[in-house]
Design a protein around this ligand. Sequence first.
Ligand code: ZN
Ligand code: ZN
Length: 152
Amino acid sequence: MQIPLKGSCQCGAVTYTVSAEPLFTYACHCHSCQKRTGSAFSLGLVIATEALRLEGALTPWSRVSEQGATNTRYSCASCGNIIYGIGDTNPELAKLQPGTLEDTSAVEPEVHMWTVSMQPWLVLPERVHKFETQPDDGLALFQAAMDYRANT
Ligand SMILES: [Zn+2]
Ligand SMILES: [Zn+2]
């Protein structure tokens, strides 16, 4: 991916840049992500929070996960497009919605989680790591993503 990454919401009121190489991309098939996207799964591009520069008004919304962590999502205050989220257990990392990037051609989930609630018609690449739920240690996700990247 070409650094800095640039993106925006649908209406253009919120724009952002990411000035550091992202860590990895995941897909989450949990029911909450299906609900909030209105779709089959969510994508998250994990980046250093300090590398994210935003312009425009954002609305925060928080929910408590099954593990008891508080996750806050930030949406454009005018069009409602979710831009990113941050969990209170790991605030130095942000989960950017990579569909909001100007260039989405390099977006590919490198690890999948919550496949226990994955839509049955979805066929994933064989060599990508699939977690039935969510590993307690976020490092396991990162390592699985790096394994996939090394073998792609
Ligand atoms: Zn907007
Ligand atoms: Zn999820």
